[in-house]
Design a protein around this ligand. Sequence first.
Ligand code: ZN
Length: 407
Amino acid sequence: MEKEKRAEYARLIVRTGANVQKGQIVQLTAAVEQHEFAALVIEECYRAGAKKVNVEWTSDVQQRLNMMYAERETLATVLPWEEAKMKQVVEDLPCLIYIESEDPDAMAGVDPEKLSAVMQARAKVWKPYRNAIEGKHQWVIAAYPSEKWARKCFPEAEDAADRLWDAILKTVHVQEGKDPVEAWKKHTEFMEKKAQWLNDQGFASLHYSSKNGTDFTVNLIPGAKWEGAGAVNSENDVFYIPNMPTEEIFTSPMAGKCEGTLVAVKPLSWNSQLIEDFSITFENGKAVSCKAGKGQELLEQMIRMDEGAAMLGEVALVPKESPVNQCGFLFYETLFDENACCHCALGMGFKEVLPGGDDMTMEEAGKRGINDSIIHVDFMIGAEDLSIDGIRTDGTAVPVFRNGTWA
Ligand code: ZN
């Protein structure tokens, strides 16, 4: 992995992604194995004028050992010093930069029930702090290849890490002889134009169809926004890109208002296990049946996680030309896989798509149609021939997607 490319990528994450400003505090989260790349990110933050860069080092191995050996109650307890750190984050509102590199099988063999119980208990303590900083800070999630992650994507290849690295660079528009900052400017402008067009149309519902058996209608929430690419920190009006890569224009549909069948076009990785060749059928907005060539039980278990797990929280439009899709392999990492083609997500929706949604509780947002659940699982339905029509309140249909891409 060439040194200049790594530096260029670090610069892109800091300047275009988090868009670190002079005098800001940065909190970087990275795996211990990635300390060399993290150093490039830290230095770039200081070049951008950061006041201080704090690092949260993580380790898959430590996490797994804790999960295997420590007691459930011990793991579920958030200690005072951990909470004090979070309080400091609420006070400082730092830029948060996450570098993902996790082994997709890191938690394989860990009791999934223990894992989710611990996650749930800790999330409950974090939630009020998360809510307190929502919309008020810049953040970005990007990825850097680890050996184990690369091996999962390319089990046979000797140069697995290099191949994953090349793929990541392709998806984030870092290309030979081209200015990635300029490329991202064009990319975000294009996505904003598409989101604006959808918002201007004010469709009442979307109808999906494909030869593969997808035939599905979903109602949208009147006034809910389509969003894409970037976001603005409401504290300082700084524009930032929360996900790199990002290809999706998304919104949260009306919970409990959809009918028909969605056929998946890519395998789904859930709790480090695979669900393949599957379809989900909805009636009165709820998943009433599902069929999977592999992972049937897992899929059923997922849909039964709680009441909201059987309803949709997200619909997202991604053209099939997406560079993630062009890579042609499964990344086993939602940051990438959800940017491959059109998808929907079962579970929790996004309250921020509602006007004034940032200040609503999940309960208030629920009354307006935003789904709530402990899960949010994206699954890909962007077939090569996918057609999507936007249906106006008077019943007229407007082509949105044809043959898997913008009409
Ligand atoms: Zn999505």
